[in-house]
Design a protein around this ligand. Structure first.
Ligand SMILES: Cc1ncc(COP(=O)(O)O)c(C=O)c1O
Length: 398
């Protein structure tokens, strides 16, 4: 017998942390950790003050509404409508205990055992894990060298068991920002086939485009097809307070409510109050954070010539991530622990983001650069450029 949890793999970030056990890092080569996409700094001081104040309020310590605080649902619906030039009502917003839970709740509401959900690869591993644990088959939609999925290829993967297509933009792990036309093509495909289009927009606050990333919400009937997911973990550094959101049809949220009530009863009150305070007061601060992330992204491009010369290739870069193809003979799964020991770099191999039968992951690494400044990015690239491991191509190795 295989249990639900045995149907999937162990948490990749925890596995990577184990590579650090027993490793030592000399003073002149401290560890550069580019493995996890989570801010390491605490929320800004004014937000922490607001949270301290919230702790004095009795209702912060109680259960609240399953679908979240009404004021937060309303604020998010207002800001979401304005940002995407569409109409989202508070009843079309649910607050969850993080965006991972949002995905889990939506899949539980949409799918039965044996159903299928299409995921572009490389995929976000927690999406794959949740589908595995739900008895839902993740159908891999391979992307090309630019990591942008093709809706016409997705069309060929649709079967009577397909329930949804789940996209992440800006993408984890690839960093790429899906063009508005790509999202529209997937939306049209989903609608034409009676499917839901789930778009995880965890990194939307760090999108480089000045305009809304898509116009899907301006369709008056968006809620029959579109489901958006959001996270407060990155924007206001509320990672530990577990707040995310679902923007979807009200009837679907009534199904989601059953899941959330049973799993966590309600999202954490302190985190929700912090998210609300952030939405109301941290617009300028967040704009500054975005500028910094965009500068780090530019630093990746600026340093890329160091690696181009060594046979590396930048496949995608944006939001918190650079996704790189490496030139070495061995698999990234073997090289990743070696990278810790020999170069003081903790990065996740592409094999953690690809199906077991897809050889491309063995040639790839994800670099989560959000916590590394410009200078650190140069150090990182200098260390990668110095690796003298055997190369994959006989010509290059000669
Ligand atoms: C695409 C994506 N979705 C969801 C999450 C999880 O977000 P949360 O902390 O809100 O659960 C992450 C975090 O890395 C992510 O990259």
């Amino acid at each position: 017998m295989t249990t639900r949890t045995q149907a999937t793999f162990a948490p990749p970030v925890m596995e990577a942390r184990r590579w650090l056990e027993g490793a030592t890092f000399p003073d002149n080569q401290p560890l550069i950790n580019v493995s996890q996409a989570a801010p390491v700094d605490p929320p800004p001081a004014p937000l922490r003050d607001a949270m301290a104040e919230a702790l004095t309020e009795p209702d912060t310590h109680l259960y609240g509404p399953v679908l979240g605080l009404p004021a937060l649902r309303e604020e998010l619906s207002d800001q979401w409508s304005a940002h995407y030039h569409g109409t989202v009502t508070p009843s079309q917003v649910a607050i969850t205990s993080g965006c991972n839970q949002a995905f889990a709740a939506v899949i539980a509401a949409l799918c039965d055992q044996g159903d299928e959900v299409i995921l572009p690869t490389p995929w976000y591993f927690n999406h794959k894990m949740w589908l595995d644990m739900s008895g839902v088959t993740a159908i891999a939609l391979k992307t090309g060298p630019d990591l942008i999925p093709d809706a016409s290829l997705a069309g060929a993967l649709i079967t009577p068991r397909t329930r949804a297509i789940a996209l992440v933009s800006p993408n984890n792990p690839g960093g790429v920002e899906y063009p508005a036309d790509t999202l529209k093509a997937f939306y049209d495909l989903a609608r034409a086939n009676g499917l839901k289009l789930i778009v995880d927009e965890t990194y939307r606050d760090f999108d480089s485009r000045p305009t809304p990333p898509h116009g899907l919400l301006s369709d008056a009937d968006w809620s029959d097809t579109l489901i958006q997911l959001y996270s407060f973990s990155k924007a206001y550094r509320l990672t530990g307070h577990r707040v995310g959101a679902i923007i979807a049809d009200q009837a679907l949220l009534a199904e989601v409510e059953k899941f959330l009530d049973t799993v966590a009863i309600c999202p954490p009150q302190l985190g929700q109050k912090a998210a609300l305070w952030g939405l109301r007061n941290l617009k300028d601060w967040l704009a500054g954070e975005r500028e910094e992330i965009l500068d780090r992204r530019a630093a990746i491009h600026d340093n890329m010539p160091l690696l181009d010369d060594k046979g590396w290739r930048l496949m995608g870069c944006g939001a918190y991530f650079a996704y790189l193809e490496h030139p070495f003979a061995e698999s990234s799964a073997t090289l990743a622990p070696k990278l810790v020991r020999e170069a003081g770099i903790l990065a996740l191999p592409g094999t953690m983001f690809t199906p077991a039968n897809d050889p491309s992951g063995a040639r790839q690494f994800r670099i989560a650069f959000a916590n590394v400044d410009r200078e650190g990015i140069t150090t990182l690239f200098t260390r990668l450029a110095a690796l003298d491991w055997p190369l994959a191509s006989p010509t290059a190795a000669a």
